[in-house]
Design a binder for this molecule. Structure first.
Ligand code: ADP
Ligand code: MG
Length: 552
C-alpha cells in the first residue's frame, strides 16, 4: 500500500477557477467594481482616521470600452497597490486583502461597507478575458507597477512609469468568445443590474445636460448644453438612510427607482434596520394588487453592502411575504451555497423570523396610526396577512391587533371587536360564538339579506385561502365556529327577542316547508321558512356546514 499527498498545484487549479468559480460569467464586472469600491472605501476610511493625510475628495470609478483595442477597463482612484501588495494580494489566489483590512482595522472599520471576503473575485476576470493587466499606484510613496497575466500561472510585474495618479486600472483584453462585453448596451445592462446602488459613483461615458438659463437672461436666449459624466448609480439609496431622514415621498420615489416599470404607488412600506445579532437593512413594500402586477419580474432584491446579489430570496424571506417588493441588504447571508443549506442555516432562519416580526409590528402601528386608511387598503393586503396568519404562528399570535374581518355591509372588525359586538347576538345554545360568513356577496345575497334581517352580522371572507384561515381560527380560539351563511347553523342561533313577527301562522309555515321540500327532493338540504317579513327570501334552503365543507 502506498500513501501520499495529492499534489494540488496552481497549474491544476487555475483553469478550474476560470471555468467553474462562477457559473454566471457576467458577474466578473460586479467583482471588479466591488474591488474598485473596496479600494475607494479603504481610502475613505484611512483618511477619516488620519492615516492618509490628503483630502478624500470625490473619487469615482470609471468603466470604459475600447472596441478597437478589444479592452474593457475599470479605473478607480482608491488606495492602489505597491509591487509588494500585488505580489501578496493578487498572486496569492484565495487570499483576501479585504478580510485582512477588516481584521487590521476591526475596531474602526466594521461599518465601512467593505465588500470582498473570499479572495477569489479578481480571478473571475479570466472568465471573459484572455489577458488581464493591472496598472496601479499606491497612496504610499512608491512607483506605480504593471502586472500582466494571460491566464496561465505565469505573470510579469514591472514598474509603470506612465501611471502618475493614485489608484488602479484593470484592463481586460476580452476573449473572442466574450465579445458581448465590448457592447455598450450589455455593459450598461450589467451596471444597472449589479451596481445601481453601489456606494461610489460609477461613470460610464458622458451625457449632454442642458443648463438652466441664468436669471435675467434674454427671452430668446438659447440654453447651453454641456457634456457631463454619466453616473449610472445612486450611491446613497433610501435603505441606507435612517427612517427619520425619509419622507413618504422619498419611499415612493425609491420604489419607482427600484422598479422603473411599475407605475402604481405602493400601499405601505416597512423599513428594516437591525445590527444585532445580525446585520440587515432594507425596505419592503406592499404593492397594490392590480392585474398588471408583475410578480415574476419585479421581485424582492437581495444586496450585500449595496452590491446586487439575486432576486431569489426564497428561504430568506418567509413565503407569505414573497408577494412584497423591495430590497434586503445583509452581509450576513451566506452566498454561493445551495438552497437547502440556506434554509437550514441558523442565521438565515433568524433573519426570516426577524422580518416576520418586523412586518407584524409595522402592521400594528399602521393600523393604529390611521385606521381609516388601513381599512381602505385591507382588500389589497389581506391575502398577504391571511397567508401569514395560517403559515407563521408568531404572526398569527400578533394578528389580533391588525387582522380585519370585514362585514358584507362594509364594516371592519378586529377580532376583539367581533367578540365584543357580534358575539352577544350570535351564540348557539352551547354558548359557542357562531360566526356567519359569506364567500361571495352576490351569489349569497339572499342568505346574507335574511341573516341581516334577523340582526346577525355576516363577514365577507372572499380570499382563496379562507378555508385554511377558518380552520386556523377554529383551532386557535375557544368556543367559536364558523358557518357559511347558507349553512343550517343559522337555525341553532338563539333568536333575538325583538325579531319581526311572521306573517304566516304555524300551520301555513309547515305546509309551505313541506311543499318546498318536495320540490327540492334532496335529503341533503333542509328548508327553513323565514319568520321575517323578508320579501326577497321568504324561505331558505340550507345544508349542514359539515357537508358543505366536505364538498369544498
Ligand atoms: P477579495 O475582494 O475577496 O478580497 P479579490 O480576489 O476580489 O478578493 O481581490 C484580492 C485582493 O486584491 C483585494 O482584497 C485587494 O487587496 C486587492 N485588489 C483587487 N482589486 C484592487 C483594486 N482595484 N485596488 C486595490 N486593491 C485591489
Ligand atoms: Mg473582491
Amino acid at each position: 500500500m502506498t500513501k501520499g499527498n495529492i499534489n494540488v498545484s496552481v497549474e491544476n487549479i487555475f483553469p478550474l477557477i476560470k471555468k467553474f468559480l462562477y457559473s454566471d460569467h457576467e458577474i466578473f464586472l460586479r467583482e471588479l467594481i466591488s474591488n474598485a469600491t473596496d479600494a475607494t472605501l479603504k481610502l475613505k476610511h484611512l483618511t477619516s482616521i488620519g492615516e492618509i493625510k490628503t483630502d478624500y475628495g470625490q473619487p469615482k470609478i470609471e468603466v470604459k470600452i475600447d472596441k478597437e483595442a478589444k479592452t474593457l477597463r475599470i479605473i478607480d482612484q482608491g488606495i492602489g497597490m505597491t509591487a509588494e501588495e500585488v505580489e501578496k494580494y493578487i498572486n496569492q489566489v484565495a487570499f483576501s486583502g479585504a478580510e485582512e483590512f477588516l481584521e487590521k482595522y476591526k475596531d474602526s472599520a466594521k461599518d465601512s461597507g467593505i465588500i470582498g471576503h473570499f479572495g477569489l473575485g479578481f480571478y473571475s476576470a479570466f472568465m471573459v478575458a484572455e489577458k488581464v493587466e493591472i496598472v496601479t499606484k499606491s497612496y504610499k510613496e512608491e512607483p506605480a507597477v504593471r502586472w500582466i497575466c494571460d491566464g496561465s500561472p505565469q505573470f510579469t510585474l514591472e514598474e509603470a512609469t506612465d501611471k502618475t495618479d493614485r489608484g488602479t486600472e484593470i484592463i481586460l483584453h476580452i476573449a473572442d468568445d466574450s465579445t458581448e462585453f465590448l457592447e455598450e448596451s450589455r455593459i450598461r445592462e450589467l451596471l444597472l443590474k449589479y451596481n445601481k446602488f453601489m456606494p461610489v459613483p460609477i461613470k460610464f461615458g458622458t451625457r449632454k445636460e442642458t443648463l438652466p438659463l441664468p436669471e435675467g437672461a434674454a427671452e430668446d436666449a438659447k440654453p447651453e448644453t454641456v457634456e457631463v459624466d454619466n453616473i449610472i448609480n445612486n450611491p446613497t439609496p433610501a435603505w441606507t438612510k435612517a427612517p427619520s431622514e425619509l419622507s413618504d415621498a422619498d419611499y415612493k420615489e425609491f420604489y419607482h427607482e427600484l422598479y422603473p416599470m411599475q407605475f402604481e404607488e405602493p400601499l405601505f412600506n416597512i423599513h428594516l434596520n437591525v445590527d444585532y445579532p445580525f446585520n440587515l437593512t432594507g425596505i419592503l413594500y406592499f404593492p397594490k394588487l392590480t392585474n398588471g402586477l408583475n410578480i415574476e419580474k419585479d421581485k424582492i432584491q437581495l444586496y450585500q453592502n449595496q452590491v446586487y446579489v439575486t432576486d431569489e430570496v426564497k428561504g430568506i424571506v418567509p413565503d407569505f411575504l414573497m408577494l412584497l417588493r423591495g430590497v434586503i441588504d445583509s452581509p450576513d447571508i451566506p452566498l454561493n451555497v445551495s438552497r437547502s443549506y440556506l434554509q437550514a442555516d441558523g442565521a438565515v432562519k433568524k433573519i426570516s423570523s426577524y422580518i416576520t416580526k418586523k412586518v407584524a409590528d409595522k402592521m400594528v402601528s399602521l393600523f393604529n396610526e390611521n385606521r381609516e386608511d388601513y381599512e381602505k387598503k385591507w382588500n389589497d393586503i389581506k391575502i398577504v396577512i391571511e397567508y401569514g396568519m395560517i403559515s407563521e404562528d408568531k404572526f398569527f399570535d400578533k394578528s389580533d391587533k391588525f387582522a380585519l374581518y370585514p362585514t358584507t355591509d362594509g364594516k371592519y372588525y378586529l377580532w376583539s371587536e367581533l367578540e365584543e359586538k357580534v358575539k352577544p347576538m350570535q351564540t348557539d345554545k352551547d354558548g359557542n360564538f357562531v360566526i356567519l360568513y359569506a364567500t361571495n356577496a352576490d351569489e349569497q345575497h339572499g342568505y346574507i339579506q335574511s341573516a341581516n334581517d334577523k340582526g346577525y352580522e355576516v363577514l365577507l371572507l372572499d380570499s382563496p385561502i379562507v378555508p385554511h384561515l377558518i380552520q386556523k381560527l377554529e383551532q386557535s380560539k375557544d368556543k367559536i365556529s364558523f358557518a357559511r351563511v347558507d349553512a343550517d347553523h343559522i337555525n341553532n342561533l338563539i333568536k333575538k327577542e325583538d325579531a319581526a313577527i311572521s306573517k304566516l301562522n304555524e300551520t301555513e309555515k309547515e305546509s309551505l316547508k313541506k311543499n318546498i321540500e318536495e320540490a327540492v327532493n334532496d335529503k341533503k338540504f333542509s328548508v327553513q321558512v323565514e319568520d321575517l317579513d323578508s320579501s326577497e327570501a321568504p324561505f331558505l334552503i340550507t345544508q349542514p356546514e359539515f357537508m358543505r365543507r366536505m364538498k369544498d
